[in-house]
Design a protein around this ligand. Structure first.
Ligand code: 2P0
Length: 319
């Protein structure tokens, strides 16, 4: 009897934004993330008469199902196993909240697949498998802080844990200011960004930014971690504005949230923003300030949903 695999989403503090190999999902840069406790995916795989995919109890068809099926076929080829499979997933991630649900989804899928076929895999192998489904999923195999080293081949591109049980006081406020589905997928946005005149600089800075972030994590230095994360996210979005043709994931309220974070910091409420491939803003802060920051957002925006998260665990099988 197959078990359900649970994986949590992660938020990149040093971001993955560019592929060297689209098929293998090999990145052009290493990335570092925080796995979150508040958002996760549960996935179970069982034998079936035909390939089937249910998400939150609803049968899925079309491109989303095709992506899952072609992933499963690729994994079957990889491990020399066969059969038709039914995938049942529950996503505890607000739809399009700007948190990559694909990170938890494919990490859980990889672990469920390994469990279904009783493959005895270590977490490095699971991370490589998850990477093939969605790049950021490679990092969700681990809890706390993890690093996805870019590597230069399928064998060498995987995530590893940096600190799975951090003692650092770090909270993330996921601020949902727009629940519309993003118009430009991450895969497409990454490709378009390569035309930015700053793209080479983005790649050249990766080693130094990663080393500095690792140092901030090791020393538990919130100020350094937050300011580096904010800078890295701003650099990523600068690529979208300066791509030819230019584009942006920002909405007017994204800018408003950025300015609010800057104002709060001026007022002594220390916080930093990071933003992924969508309009929503994630605020990094410490426990002592989270309530005041939430209150400021609620009084500055008409309709805003905020979910607070801390460190989450790596992928597990549920009993
Ligand atoms: C990240 N993002 O490091 C970056 C930052 C979004 C912005 O990884 O194309 O779903 O499936 O490998 O992992 C989101 O993209 O991309 C992402 P694919 P993925 O978290």
């Amino acid at each position: 009897m197959s078990k359900t695999a649970r994986a949590h989403t992660n938020i990149a503090l040093i971001k993955y934004w560019g592929k060297k190999d689209a098929k293998l999902r090999l990145p052009l840069m290493s990335s570092l993330s925080m796995t979150l406790d508040a958002f996760y995916s549960d996935t179970k795989i069982s034998d079936s008469e035909e390939m089937a995919f249910k998400l939150n109890g609803q049968t899925v068809s079309g491109p989303a199902a095709d992506r899952v099926f072609s992933y499963l076929r690729a994994m079957q080829d990889r491990f020399g196993v066969k059969g038709e499979l039914a995938v049942e997933s529950i996503n505890q991630v607000p739809t399009a909240a700007g948190l990559a649900s694909s990170s938890s989804a494919f990490a859980a899928m990889a672990a469920a697949f390994a469990d279904h076929y009783q493959l005895d895999l270590d977490r490095r192998e699971l991370s490589r498998m998850a990477r093939m489904g969605s790049g950021s999923a490679s990092r969700s195999v681990f809890g706390g802080f993890s690093v996805w080293q870019k590597g230069d081949s399928d064998e060498t591109s995987y995530a590893y844990p940096l600190d799975e049980k951090p003692e650092m006081d770090l909270r993330l406020l996921a601020v949902e200011i727009n629940d519309q589905q993003k118009k430009i997928s991450s895969t497409k946005g990454m490709e378009m960004s390569k035309s930015s005149p700053f793209y080479q600089l983005w790649l050249d800075r990766n080693d130094e930014e990663l080393a500095e972030m690792e140092d901030a994590v090791k020393r538990g230095d919130f100020t350094k971690l937050g300011s580096l994360a904010e800078l890295n996210a701003s650099e990523m979005h600068a690529l979208t504005f300066t791509a030819r043709p230019g584009f942006s994931y920002f909405e007017p309220n994204t800018i408003k949230a950025i300015k609010l974070v800057q104002d709060l910091r001026q007022q002594g409420l220390e916080c930093y923003y990071t933003i992924d491939a969508g309009p929503n803003v994630k605020v990094l802060c410490q426990r002592k300030n989270s309530k005041d920051i939430v209150n400021s957002f609620e009084s500055s925006f008409d309709r805003v949903k905020i979910i607070e998260a801390g460190f989450g665990p790596g992928v597990t099988l549920l009993d």
